[in-house]
Design a protein around this ligand. Structure first.
Ligand SMILES: NC(=O)c1ccc[n+]([C@@H]2O[C@H](COP(=O)([O-])OP(=O)(O)OC[C@H]3O[C@@H](n4cnc5c(N)ncnc54)[C@H](O)[C@@H]3O)[C@@H](O)[C@H]2O)c1
Ligand SMILES: [Zn+2]
Length: 348
């Protein structure tokens, strides 16, 4: 078992990482009122809800399972009202608790609902996708999508505990495994050369799984460190955006249909590093190293889209106010920095 603490002034919490943890999840969950509202999606619930609910029932809790359709379309403001209704019907009070069992979609949606129901009820994250285990479940950003865009309505709302069972990854489809790997590689690039080198030596998903507890704990520790120094995303937390400025633009260019988020971020990391290297801001050979690791995990590093067209989608990013653009570049592997520039940076 590994434990990572997210140190925050008033609402810190632990991230517990252990293969097989789901079966004893109830021991780490505390609902004073005795009720637990469990949210999951249509793929994950059939695989893992029984184990979770047995473990909660063994602790004496009364549980209500609420299942949303798997996929991003459920992380929508229109999913929220029926969830509130189900919570009210179950008689969930402010002394009770909500659990998110699923990927980033379930985590973000459930966290948002928990942050607003009765002005906030406690919630616990049990992330089941690789992306959710290394990224979305830690840090307290919760949100839903609206017609005008993704993640435009949300809040900062930290969970009480994050329970990560690496065994659950065994059923994750390859596409989502590869997707999550992009974020893991990102952590190595921006803050941890040792992690990057470790990833560079991994040759298969099986080999990754043998080291999953360690690697996921390291990623959570990196994210926890950044979040505890900049909970509200005004400074250092922006480092986590490495590859995301161009990556988000690519996702929008393709109207969120062709590329997964991880694929777009992989191309974004490679693209910005090629540019920063050409400008003399990054140690020569860095892009080649990144490309090798990304390719090894099945992520492509280039795309047929015309970069000058992709760049036109950058300005709409909610983090880039005014003319300035803050991008993340690497000085070298493991040393990410924020770099204030403008959109012309990408026009080489
Ligand atoms: N809050 C944050 O800080 C943050 C950070 C990054 C991403 N996100 C959000 O996360 C979301 C993406 O998360 P995601 O990639 O986990 O998507 P997801 O929740 O849709 O999960 C991906 C797919 O994998 C399935 N799945 C999940 N775990 C499984 C398991 N163990 N076995 C079998 N199938 C499983 C799901 O049913 C789904 O089909 C996006 O909405 C994104 O905006 C949030
Ligand atoms: Zn991301």
């Amino acid at each position: 078992m590994q434990k990572v603490s997210v140190n925050l002034p008033t609402n810190g919490y632990d991230v517990i990482i252990q293969s097989g943890l789901l079966a004893s999840a109830g021991e780490y969950i505390h609902s004073k009122g005795g009720k637990v509202f469990v949210v999951s999606d249509s793929n994950v619930s059939v695989l893992y809800c029984d184990t979770l609910i047995s473990s909660l029932t063994a602790q004496g809790y009364r549980c209500k399972l609420y299942v949303v359709k798997a996929g991003e379309s459920s992380k929508n403001i229109s999913s929220v009202m029926p969830m509130y209704s189900a919570m009210i019907e179950f008689g969930l009070t402010r002394s009770d608790l909500v659990v998110a069992l699923g990927g980033g979609v379930v985590g973000d949606l459930t966290g948002f609902v928990a942050s607003t129901y009765l002005r906030g009820v406690d919630f616990v994250q049990i992330p089941t996708s690789l992306l959710a285990q290394v990224d979305s479940s830690v840090g307290g950003k919760v949100a839903v999508d609206v017609v005008e865009g993704k993640n435009l309505v949300g809040s900062f709302y930290q969970p009480k505990v994050v329970l990560i069972d690496t065994l659950l990854l065994s059923t994750l489809p390859d596409k989502f495994y590869v997707d999550g790997m992009a974020e893991i590689i990102k952590y190595g690039c921006i803050l941890d050369k040792k992690l990057f080198d470790r990833l560079a030596a991994i040759e298969s998903r099986e080999e990754f799984m043998e080291q999953a507890e360690d690697i996921i704990a390291r990623c959570c520790a990196i994210k926890a460190g950044v979040v505890s120094r900049d909970e509200r995303d005004n400074g250092e937390r922006m480092l986590l955006n490495f590859g995301h400025t161009y990556g988000h633009a690519l996702e929008k260019y393709y109207d969120f249909s062709t590329l997964t988020h991880g694929q777009a971020v992989a191309i974004g990391m490679s693209h910005i590093t090629a540019i920063s290297e050409a400008k003399g801001l990054t140690k020569q050979g860095t892009r080649e190293k990144i490309d090798r690791v990304l390719t090894n995990f099945g992520l492509s590093t280039t795309d047929v889209a015309d970069p000058s067209q992709v760049v036109s989608y950058i300005s709409n990013d909610k983090k880039n106010l005014g003319k300035d653009l803050v991008v993340v570049i690497l000085r070298e592997i493991g040393k990410g920095v924020l770099y204030r520039t403008d959109k012309e940076f990408f026009e080489v």
